[in-house]
Design a protein around this ligand. Structure first.
Ligand SMILES: Nc1ncnc2c1ncn2[C@@H]1O[C@H](COP(=O)(O)OP(=O)(O)O)[C@@H](O)[C@H]1O
Ligand SMILES: [Mg+2]
Length: 287
């Protein structure tokens, strides 16, 4: 048993006079993949940035091993917590290899700028994200998906026990989305990394999360194992969306069929079951 390393106590986050998160208590399960879901503007990025000390709490605190982040030297935090923001901005004119290398900065010492160990970590991070062939390219000139993979490589190169990823699959096509999520899972399994990711896709969230947090208007509406959390009632409460939740026929995880029960325009009613919907087991929305 290892204690949870990252937690928040009475966390209040605000921009000038707009309070986004108010008195939030949170424990990030150690060595697990936590996924945060919720509608646009509910405070997911704000919360993640506070967990990564990019945003200072108005009141309350984020705790790393029981100590307030504000009392820990930046370098020490950077060796423990890696944050990939939702829209990171690369330094102008930087190459892919140089950007990924910056992930090593928190580990470097003034008397030894660059080591073989650093080199090895960089090469591995670039291989795992399929960015090695982009090494000499300018980050500014990459496609959105390529750039996203480079940022992930940089976060990997930082080799932190805790990895915070804000919508890491944005801009990626479906194959690269799955690749990134599989990579996250692998890092978690092989290296015991604690991951907190904001994901947009509820079904991917249900599939990749050990622990799912559903947020609405800065509050946690529900959290726990995806199988317990993802229900049609929750989808309605959090997103205001009617849906049917069925077990994924392949993985058994909850599968959200949005907008259901679905009827193609012009089709006679009652056809849904015949077209393959798992009607019997459906967790149908209730009024
Ligand atoms: N830098 C900022 N300055 C002022 N308001 C902000 C800033 N960033 C986000 N907000 C506001 O805070 C709220 C939560 O935003 P955010 O955490 O980005 O939501 P999410 O990531 O869930 O979409 C929104 O109302 C947004 O407009
Ligand atoms: Mg966001």
């Amino acid at each position: 048993m290892t204690a949870n390393r990252l937690a928040a106590k009475g966390l209040t986050l605000a921009y000038e006079d707009r309070t986004v998160v108010d008195g939030l208590d949170l424990e990030i399960p150690h060595g697990k993949v936590t996924v945060i879901v919720g509608p646009n503007a509910c405070g997911k990025s704000t919360l993640l940035r506070a967990l990564g000390r990019l945003l200072k709490p108005r009141s309350g605190a984020v705790l790393l091993d029981g100590t307030e982040l504000s009392r820990i030297p930046s370098r020490q935090i950077a060796r423990a917590i890696g944050l990939l923001p939702q829209t990171p901005v690369p330094p102008e004119g930087i190459t892919v290899a140089d950007l990924v290398s910056r992930g090593r900065q928190p580990h470097q010492k003034w008397w030894q700028q660059w080591s073989d160990a650093d080199e090895k970590v960089i090469v591995e991070a670039m291989e795992r994200t399929a960015t090695a062939e982009l090494a000499e390219r300018l980050v500014d000139e990459l496609s959105g998906g390529q750039r996203q993979r480079v940022w992930i490589a940089m976060a990997l190169a930082q080799e932190t026990d805790v990895l915070l990823l804000d919508e890491p699959t944005t801009y990626l096509d479906i194959a690269h989305q799955v690749e990134v999520l599989d990579l996250v899972r692998q890092l978690n399994l092989e290296r015991g990394r604690t991951v907190v990711a904001v994901l947009h896709d509820l079904n991917q969230a249900a599939r990749y999360a050990d622990h799912l947090i559903a947020m609405k208007a800065g509050r946690i509406v529900a959290q726990g194992a995806p199988g317990d959390v993802v229900t049609a009632d929750l989808v309605r409460e959090v997103f205001g969306l009617a849906s049917v939740v069925v077990p994924d026929p392949v993985t058994g995880d909850p599968l959200v069929v949005p907008g259901a029960p679905w009827q193609r325009p012009g089709q006679p009613s009652g056809d849904t079951a015949a077209t393959g919907a798992v009607g019997e087991t459906a967790d149908a929305p209730t009024e």
